[in-house]
Design a binder for this molecule. Structure first.
Ligand code: ATP
Ligand code: LTN
Length: 333
């Protein structure tokens, strides 16, 4: 599977909640489209999940569910290395080294840290602060060329580049400098009930469509989606955030351009448009939901994917960690 001729990709999602249409459109759908062309590693970022308070039993269950959903979305375990972050201790080990090459001022600027610490004032822990360094370690351990993520993660990938460049500046060309890969369409899917904020999985609300939602739930969520006081289906993300968000979702699910959508719905009301978007999402998610349910019933298969993933990822990771340890001068007999 490790094919050095191909460029390498690494990405991950933390199993903090049910995957949403946002995680699918912003990340997983692109991972699937890249799997033939690149040598890909896709991770379940369980170590990142504990930076906010969580229930251990739920984390355990969600990790397996998320793996089933990765595969159900079309990620082929024969083509990609699918693995659980905490199975490779090298992530934490490299993160420690990288901590010593990351400036406090850099971490202070991270938008996600500011947002999460404003939301979880009772638990502003050091792990939440250090989150981007662990993420840099995830990426740099595998010499990733590309990191496919949604818009909100771009700042973290940029910090990873800065840390890698700083380290390389001191020790020579140790790390590859990764590029973020942000989709042109759907890099930031907004909440259906608050089009000014991102659709998120840990802030479960009616505004988030979950991959495992049943069709009637999805349709109801779209029927209730917040739009505006006009009646015209037109793409204008500045002034018509709700409608534009629905158009993006519809475009991703059907392949229609914004112009086609505007023409098809000209003179029709928002009600009809919202119904069409809901139906398109139902049909996009139906095979994923059904396949995920089927896979979840086969725990032995999922465990075999996890075991193989850990072996393959570990081999790559430990080669890099040992190079880094040598560079910084850790003595080995
Ligand atoms: P949490 O609420 O726990 O912080 P989240 O819903 O924001 O989680 P992440 O695990 O942070 O999801 O993100 C997983 C991947 O999906 C990332 O690459 C992220 O950029 C992308 N993503 C998440 N939500 C969206 C969204 N609404 N639009 C586009 N991409 C998204
Ligand atoms: N922080 C990311 C999840 C994540 C990640 C990574 C993404 C953890 N490690 C490495 C890309 C590469 C998020 O989506 N919230």
């Amino acid at each position: 599977m490790e094919n050095t001729a191909k460029k390498r990709i690494l990405s991950g999602i933390k199993p903090t909640g049910e995957l949403t249409l946002g995680s699918y459109i912003g990340a997983i759908k692109n991972w699937v489209s890249l799997q033939d062309e690149y040598d890909c590693l896709y991770m379940l970022a369980d170590m990142h999940s504990i930076t906010v308070r969580h229930d251990p039993a739920v984390l355990r269950r969600r990790t397996l569910e998320q793996l089933a959903q990765y595969i159900a979305c079309g990620l082929d375990p024969e083509k990609n290395i699918l693995f659980i972050q905490s199975h490779i201790p090298a992530h934490a080990e490299l993160a420690w080294v990288l901590n010593c090459y990351t400036m406090v001022g850099e971490l202070n600027r991270m938008t996600q840290f500011k947002e999460k610490s404003a939301k979880h004032t009772e638990n502003i822990n050091a792990g939440l602060y250090d989150y981007p360094v662990l993420m840099a370690s995830d990426i740099l351990l595998y010499n990733a060329d590309l990191v496919p993520v949604g818009e909100d993660q771009k700042q973290h990938v940029e910090l990873c580049r800065d840390i890698a460049a700083r380290f390389n500046g001191i020790y020579g060309d140790v790390f590859k400098i990764p590029e973020p890969f942000i989709p042109k369409l759907g890099a930031r899917i907004m909440s259906l009930d608050d089009p000014a904020s991102k659709m998120s999985k840990s802030e479960e609300s009616n505004g988030s469509v979950l991959l495992m939602d049943e069709p009637n739930i999805i349709k109801a969520k779209f029927r209730r989606a917040v739009t505006d006081s006009e009646t015209c289906v037109r793409y204008d993300p500045e002034n018509k955030k709700g409608v534009s968000n629905l158009m993006t979702i519809y475009s991703v699910c059907t392949g229609y351009t914004y112009e086609q959508i505007e023409n098809d719905f000209s003179g029709k009301g928002y009600g009809e448009f919202k119904t069409a978007v809901g139906d398109a999402v139902v049909e996009t998610l139906r095979p994923i939901r059904e396949e995920a349910k089927r896979l979840l019933a086969d725990k032995a298969y999922l465990n075999s994917v996890i075991t193989k993933g850990a072996e393959n990822a570990g081999r790559i990771a430990y080669r890099m960690l040992s190079k880094v340890y040598k560079k910084v001068g850790f003595y080995r007999p």
